[in-house]
Design a binder for this molecule. Structure first.
Ligand code: HEM
Length: 190
């Protein structure tokens, strides 16, 4: 926030409205997304107990595991772009002014990228690179922070609550959101 207040390009500074909008974005973009990473990730691990045991036995797998969890159940399902000029994407014509939606959650399950095996949770998967943070100019500002938060959260939960058990891994309730994918709640005992 201090950086935003100090931001200046030549003699031009950010207006109050721009600063407020960016701070709102930071709070929104940084909170629910990471909550969803932790919730969706915990559910995925508990639905795949052999992967949870594998992680418990070797916490050195944590970094790769978080990347795989981001891929497996993407906390943000889509992002969009507005075409500034007529263009073509893989044979599809896109006219200037048209909106293009990129389904990140779907791309994360591309069989061509994951050797025909995208539906399996594999915390040791080699070469996993989740597309969950978008790409290019608007690539998520908080990607590295979110990865670290995920690593810390899963590590602490495993270390401090070794007997943690989700009381129901099947009938979970998802929030009715389209862009963000996350659970309304996740009941556990320990
Ligand atoms: C697991 C957690 C997170 C996920 C999955 C996520 C995902 C995304 C995605 C998909 C975008 C759009 C990228 C694009 O259109 O190419 C985005 C943008 C953004 N994210 Fe995140 N995000 C996460 C955490 C965070 C955190 C912790 C922060 C800040 C502390 C943050 C701040 C932002 C901001 C400011 C943008 C807009 C960037 C721009 O338009 O230039 N995000 N994020």
């Amino acid at each position: 926030m201090t950086g935003l207040l100090a931001a200046r390009e030549a003699d031009d500074t950010l207006s109050e409205a721009e600063i407020v909008a960016n701070i709102n974005l930071l709070f929104g973009a940084g909170h629910e997304t990471t909550t969803n990473l932790i919730g969706n990730g915990l559910l995925a691990l508990h639905r795949n107990p052999e992967e949870l045991e594998r992680l418990r036995a070797d916490l050195g797998l944590m970094q790769n595991a978080v990347e795989e969890l981001l891929r497996y159940d993407s906390p943000v399902q889509l992002t969009s772009r507005l075409a500034l000029a007529d263009t073509e994407i893989m044979g599809e014509h896109v006219a200037e002014g048209e909106e293009v939606i990129a389904l990140l959650g779907s791309a994360n399950h591309d069989p061509a990228a994951y050797a025909g095996d995208p539906e399996r949770l594999d915390i040791g998967r080699p070469g996993v690179r989740a597309l969950s943070f978008g790409g290019g100019l608007h690539f998520c500002l908080g990607a590295q922070l979110a990865r670290i938060e995920g690593e810390i959260a899963f590590r602490r939960l495993i270390e401090r609550l070794p007997r943690m058990r989700l009381t129901d891994t099947e009938d979970v309730v998802w929030k009715p959101t389209v862009t963000l994918r996350g659970l309304k709640s996740l009941a556990a005992e320990w």
